[in-house]
Design a protein around this ligand. Structure first.
Ligand code: PGA
Length: 252
């Protein structure tokens, strides 16, 4: 049985006080405690320390939204894996479509970052997904296959347990449009078939693959009960305690 993993990606939102309040509300009302659901909060870098302090005695994990692939040096504005590790970060989101689109992150950069995160002992949330144009041109599966192969280049089978894959169709992010349960499940099971080709049955069956894109309390139940969907990467709805709690306390 694969566990469910639900991560809140706060993106470029929240100041210290409101972030602390949000994390406390989630921690205090998380009924999924001790069940098979892992919760990850991914605040902006400025809040990693205060949010880490709020959740440190709980089962909730801390995630960062980005990292650089070099060890250290003259990279103004960037953050290294050592810096994140020093703050107690467990997971790093890599290759989010907003980073690919606005900051020109290529599959090659994504691959370097994933390898760096793994080497540093943290886990990666590896995001991928097709644009609306690609879906309408019927090339979704080609795009997904290429992103999986390039993103996981030179990564061993034994490392896949330290990677969560997040399937996030770009047209569903922040738009209120969700992929249907079947659309999301279909692409995620396709990703499993690529993992089987690249690695083995065992890797394909045990890999954690989330769906992301306008996940809300009212669509979480049906998405999270699909056969191949192992959780959610949540943007907008992770900024309100009640909405995020409605997702993490979904009906199994
Ligand atoms: P959304 O964002 O839930 O606001 O659509 C998801 C994401 O970008 O991870």
């Amino acid at each position: 049985m694969r566990k469910k993993v639900i991560a809140g990606n706060w993106k470029m939102n929240m100041l210290i006080e409101e972030g602390i309040k949000l994390a406390k509300d989630i921690k205090d009302n998380n009924e999924s405690n001790n069940k098979d659901v892992e919760i990850i909060l991914c605040p902006p870098s400025t809040l990693l320390k205060p949010i880490g302090d709020v959740i440190k005695d709980s089962d909730i994990k801390l995630g960062a939204q980005n990292v650089h692939f070099e060890d250290d040096g003259a990279y103004t504005g960037e953050i290294s894996t050592n810096m994140l590790d020093d703050l107690g970060v467990d997971y790093v989101i890599i290759g989010h479509s907003e980073r690919r689109q606005y900051f020109k992150e290529t599959d090659e950069i994504v691959n370097k970052k994933i390898k760096k995160v793994l080497k540093s002992g943290m886990k990666a949330i590896f995001c991928l997904g097709e644009s609306l144009e690609q879906r309408e041109s019927d090339i979704t599966f080609d795009i997904i296959k290429s992103q999986v192969i390039k993103g996981l280049k030179d990564i061993n089978a034994s490392d896949i347990e330290n990677i969560i894959i997040a399937y996030e169709p770009i047209w569903a992010i922040g738009t209120g449009k969700t992929a249907t349960d079947q659309e999301a499940n279909e692409v995620i099971s396709f990703i499993r078939s690529i993992l089987k080709e690249l690695y083995s049955d065992k890797v394909s069956e045990s890999a954690i693959i989330q769906y992301g894109g306008s996940v809300k309390p009212d669509n979480a139940n049906s998405l999270l009960n699909q056969s191949d969907i192992d959780g959610a990467l949540v943007g907008g709805a992770s900024l309100k305690a009640n909405d995020f709690l409605g997702i993490i306390n979904y009906n199994k």
